[in-house]
Design a protein around this ligand. Structure first.
Ligand code: AMP
Length: 353
C-alpha cells in the first residue's frame, strides 16, 4: 500500500467514537466528505485497513466482483453503502471458476475505470489481489457445495466452476469478515450455492441479494456484453425475449413445464440463438419442476457468437390458475433487497427480432 493509501485507510478507520457516550461533537458533520477510496492488494493490507473499523463496531459490507463494473454491480455497491459503514469492493477475475481458457483470457479487465466507478458508487476500499495472492504456491484447499451446484451451470461448465466460485467466495468472506455480502439475482444458482456455503460452514455473514439490472431492451447487464459485436448484441435480445415469453405463457394460464419451455425456445428462434439449456426449476433447490404450482425460476444459458450469456426470471402461475389452491409458496414482498432464497418477480422488456 502506498503512503497516500495508508493515510486514507487510517482516516477511514479512525472517525471519533466515544465510549458509550455519544455526544454531538463526536458525530461527524453531515457534509464531511468520505475519505478517498484506497486500493489494497493483499489480504494482510485488507485486514489492516478494516481492523480499526471493526474494533469501533462499524459495519462492513463486501461486494465481490470480477470487475468490468456496470450498473448491475454498482447497484450492489450502492445498497452496501446504504446499509453499511464501510464498503469493500473486491475485484478479482478468478481463474479457477473459468472452464474455458479463451473465456478467461478475453474477460474484460479495466481496473482504473472500475476504481472510479466503485468510488463514485460509494466504495471505501477496493481489494484487487493478484492470482498469486489468492492462490499462493502450495494452495490445496477447495470448497465444494454438493446438490445445488450440480445442475444447469454445474452440468454445463463442469463441477470446477462452482468449486472455484465457492472457494474464492469463502476466501473473500474470511479475508474481509464482512457483516453483509451483496450478490445479484442475475447469477441465481451462484447465489444459492453461496447461501448454502454460508449456512453449512456457519459463516457469520448476512447474504443480501439484489434484482437483475437490465438494459432498456431487457438484456441483463453483464461484463461479457462488452465482448458482443453490434450484430451479436442485437441477437442477444433472444434471452430476455425467452424470459418474457415464458412469463407471458404462465400469465395466460399455462402450467405445463414443457409448454412454458417451448414458448421460451420459440421466442429465441427468430434471433438465430439456440439455448444451451432452458429449464424451469424450484428456486430453493434448482431441481426441475414438472408443473408450475408456485413461483419457479426459468433459467437459461445461450451462446451468442463466442460469448456465453445466462439469465433467469421468476415465473408465477396466473392468479386465476392459483385461485382456490392452498399453496405453501408466497410471492416475495416487493422490497429491493432480500435475504431469503426466494428471488423477486421482475418486469422484462418485450423484444422482437
Ligand atoms: P461478476 O463480476 O459477474 O462476478 O458479478 C459480481 C456480482 O454482480 C455477482 O453477485 C453478480 O450476480 C452481480 N451482477 C452481475 N450482473 C448483474 C446485473 N445485471 N444485475 C445485478 N447484479 C449483477
Amino acid at each position: 500500500m502506498d503512503p497516500t493509501q495508508q493515510r486514507s485507510a487510517v482516516q477511514l478507520q479512525s472517525r471519533p467514537v466515544s465510549a458509550g457516550n455519544w455526544t454531538e461533537a463526536d458525530e461527524p458533520p453531515a457534509s464531511e466528505p468520505r475519505p478517498r477510496m484506497s486500493t489494497v492488494r493483499t489480504v494482510a493490507e485488507l485486514r489492516a485497513a478494516l481492523a480499526l473499523a471493526r474494533r469501533a463496531a462499524r459495519t462492513i459490507g463486501l461486494v465481490p466482483t470480477m470487475g468490468a463494473l456496470h450498473d448491475g454491480h454498482l447497484s450492489l455497491v450502492r445498497r452496501a453503502r446504504e446499509q453499511c459503514d464501510v464498503v469493500v469492493v473486491s475485484l478479482f477475475v478468478n481463474p479457477t471458476q473459468f472452464d474455458e481458457r479463451a473465456d478467461l483470457e478475453r474477460y474484460p479487465r479495466r481496473e482504473r475505470e472500475d476504481a472510479d466507478a466503485a468510488r463514485a458508487a460509494g466504495a471505501d476500499l477496493l481489494f484487487a489481489p493478484s492470482v498469486e495472492e489468492m492462490y499462493p504456491q502450495g494452495f490445496a484447499t477447495t470448497v465444494e457445495v454438493a446438490g445445488v451446484s450440480e445442475r444447469l451451470e454445474g452440468e454445463a461448465r463442469g463441477r470446477e466452476h462452482f468449486r472455484g466460485v465457492a472457494t474464492v467466495v469463502a476466501k473473500l468472506l474470511c479475508s474481509a469478515l464482512p457483516d453483509a455480502a451483496y450478490f445479484g439475482q442475475k447469477d441465481a444458482q451462484q447465489l444459492l450455492v453461496i447461501r448454502r456455503l454460508v449456512r453449512d460452514l456457519n459463516l457469520p455473514v448476512r447474504i443480501e441479494a439484489l434484482p437483475t439490472v437490465r438494459e432498456p431492451d431487457g438484456l441483463a447487464m453483464s461484463s461479457r456484453n462488452a465482448l458482443l459485436s453490434a450484430e451479436e448484441r442485437a441477437r442477444a435480445r433472444a434471452l430476455p425475449a425467452a424470459l418474457h415469453a415464458a412469463r407471458a405463457a404462465a400469465e395466460h394460464g399455462e402450467r405445463a413445464t414443457h409448454a412454458i419451455l417451448a414458448a421460451a425456445r420459440d421466442a429465441m428462434r427468430p434471433f438465430g440463438v439456440q439455448p444451451e439449456y432452458v429449464a424451469l426449476v424450484d428456486p430453493d433447490t434448482f431441481e426441475p419442476v414438472d408443473e408450475l404450482a408456485g413461483d419457479a425460476l426459468l433459467a437459461l444459458a445461450a451462446r451468442v457468437g463466442a460469448v456465453r450469456l445466462i439469465d433467469n426470471v421468476v415465473v408465477s402461475p396466473a392468479a386465476s390458475a392459483r385461485a382456490g389452491e392452498r399453496s405453501h409458496r408466497t410471492r416475495p414482498a416487493p422490497a429491493a433487497t432480500h435475504t431469503s432464497n426466494r428471488p423477486q418477480a421482475e418486469a422484462i422488456a418485450t423484444c422482437s427480432a
